[in-house]
Design a protein around this ligand. Structure first.
Ligand code: COI
Length: 355
């Protein structure tokens, strides 16, 4: 692949100050771009000043949503060094999303290198306050100018960066979640396992309804029988039931989370029995009723490990772990963030110092 060219901005932006940085509001000074066409493959990799895209109104992504994205983070450790967490995993997953969405494959190692170069250039944007990081958002979208429905022949790849604090305004405080009974997010054979924008678009109506009722997000049931637990909009979900960790198996309609995978490995290594399987909403609610549901928490790049304090289902509210942070969620959060911020030993080689 070609060398990445760099064009520096003349107008540096002001960085957010203070320990509280809202999620997803600020963007940095530069972004990474490359383009795809049939003759040249992925080409013209470049770091350029952050700027809006100019788009033809017939640009295919605006009509048929041929688009995918990823989410990862850069962390500043106690020595001021910048670290990434398992970046190869994100670009491998991006290739799986590409395959489902008829987008050409990317070169995983090259994309990791591009992220490293961009983050190194923008290292002053990696915030220093506790629980803050630099969120990295790679994405690809179809750029053919054509109103007919077909896979585009040209694509834009882009990486933008955003300094962030916790995803939920409540931080590590437990969130309240509503089990959604009407809308579904994904179906068998669909795109549920990809990070395509359409999955998130389909989730917005239920999310708004839940927010109106005072809940943070919805917990999805499967789209076929509306019986089995799937995931929360921005995170995978894990439960401690009768001493065991239970989480929905990767069935093609939920996201194969990198934080999920890391949490399961950590939990197994901490000695927990972990079951990846179908979990029906009836089983979950009966465990909540008889007290065997000891903890519930979400996992995600943005959400990290987020305890679920209350679950709402069919007019009833169930409080979990007394509405507080359960010991497993707290310990998992401490271990995972300890590895991400370079504070605890990382026997897995997940955390990589880049500059
Ligand atoms: C992430 O956790 O990185 C996500 O992409 C979830 C959400 C912000 C869309």
């Amino acid at each position: 692949m070609e060398k990445i060219s760099v064009t520096l901005t003349k107008n540096l932006k002001e960085k957010p100050k203070g320990p509280d940085i809202p999620f997803g509001v600020f963007t940095t000074d530069h972004m990474f771009l490359m383009n795809y066409d049939r003759e040249n493959g992925w080409h013209d990799p470049r770091i350029v000043p952050y700027a809006p895209f100019q788009m033809d109104p017939a640009c295919m992504v605006l009509h048929y949503a041929q688009e995918i994205f990823e989410g990862m983070k850069a962390y500043r450790d106690a020595e001021g060094k910048i670290r990434l967490f398992r970046p190869e995993e994100n670009f491998k997953r991006m290739n799986s999303s590409c395959e489902r969405m008829s987008i050409p494959q990317i070169d995983v190692d090259f994309c990791v290198e591009a992220v490293k170069q961009l983050v190194t250039l923008e290292k002053d944007w990696v915030p220093t306050a506790p629980n803050t990081s630099l969120y990295i958002r790679p994405f690809i979208f179809a750029t053919d100018i054509h109103v007919g429905v077909h896979a585009s022949h040209t694509y834009q790849f882009c990486v933008i960066l955003s300094p962030v604090g916790p995803y939920y305004a409540t931080g590590l405080a437990p969130v309240s979640i509503m089990i959604e009974e009407e809308d579904v997010r994904a179906v068998r054979g669909g795109t549920g396992f990809t990070k395509c924008g359409g999955n998130y678009a389909a989730s917005l109506r239920a999310g708004e309804k839940a927010e109106e009722k005072g809940f943070s997000q919805v917990l999805w049931l499967d789209g076929v029988e509306r019986k089995y637990i799937e995931e929360v909009g921005s995170m995978n979900v894990l439960f401690k039931i009768g001493g065991k960790i239970v989480t929905p198996a990767l069935n093609g309609s939920i996201l194969p989370g990198i934080t999920r995978k890391s949490c399961l490995q950590l939990l197994r290594d901490k000695g927990f029995e972990v079951e990846e399987r179908r979990l029906s909403v009836e089983e979950l609610i009966s465990a909540a009723r008889d007290g065997s549901l000891e903890e519930a928490f979400g996992s995600g790049t943005a959400a990290v490990v987020s305890p679920i304090g209350t679950l709402y289902y069919k007019g009833e509210t169930f409080t979990i772990s007394g509405g507080g942070i359960g010991p497993v969620a707290q310990d998992l959060y401490d271990t995972l963030t300890g590895i991400q911020w370079g504070k605890v030993a990382d026997p897995y080689g997940w955390s990589q110092v880049i500059c």
